[in-house]
Design a binder for this molecule. Sequence first.
Ligand code: 13P
Ligand code: SF4
Length: 303
Amino acid sequence: MDKQILIEKINQLRKERQALILAHNYVASEIQEIADFCGDSLELSIKAAAADAKMLIVCGVRFMAETAKILSPDATVVMVRSDAGCPMADMVDPDELKAYKAANPDTLLIAYVNTTAEVKALVDICCTSGNAEKIVSSIPADRKIMFLPDRNLGANLINKLNRPMELWHGCCPVHDAVTVEMITDMRKKYPDAQILVHPECRPEVVSAADQALSTGAMLNYVTASEHDEFTVGTESGILYRMMLANPEKKFHLLQPEILCTDMKKLTLADVERALRTGKDEVILPQDMINSAEGAIRRMLDVK
Ligand code: 13P
Ligand code: SF4
């Protein structure tokens, strides 16, 4: 179907269904263009918590749609693509986590928001890459912490905060594949560009870059920065809003291959279908919602 016709249908359905379309910074630019709100995981959670829409259409991966359902349980929350998952979120087996908890009853569990609802229901508090430093710093120094699932984000926090933590054995395959050589090559090619990476990258990559920031913080950084050239080491979807907000600045991708195949499954036609059919609604057991909500609300309450 023609793009303009699809957009008209989406606009009509959005009104009829009283729906709010939320999009992560990594989805295709044509979806970001029509979304009511684009943001990073933290910003999407805050928006979902405050939403009074009847329907939330979540343009992102499964854990983002589940988070929206947990925070807005009365809304019909629909995934645009039910097969868009996050491989890192699937790296925590709930039974393994239950066994860990039983063996380590004194350890506080901090879960990166990139986890399933089932896992969120088992932990003490959540964090996103946008607030992880604040959340870890809010835990008393004498408390043992297990940070899951991202061993890279966890290691970067340990280095930055000088705070020991036990780390789960997970990572984002997209960001874990970023190398120091990529940074060295791009520094040679564009010596004036600031190099920004995501904190899901390995610690040696974070050390070689100029900044490690969540996608939302990256956007704010490039907009506020006096620098006018940037090399961006994260999923390419982020460039759309960076360029839109900063037409006079120059942006390079660290590697065009840094692609999240799950985020890139979503198309405008999928958004229209999700709105029209309401299929792939997120349904979670009430007790899971209650426990997971506690972990997310504790995160949102940390000042
Ligand atoms: P942000 O919280 O920075 O948006 O990151 C989410 C994510 O999945 C990064 O890979
Ligand atoms: Fe998951 Fe990585 Fe994709 Fe983010 S980029 S959704 S962490 S696989």
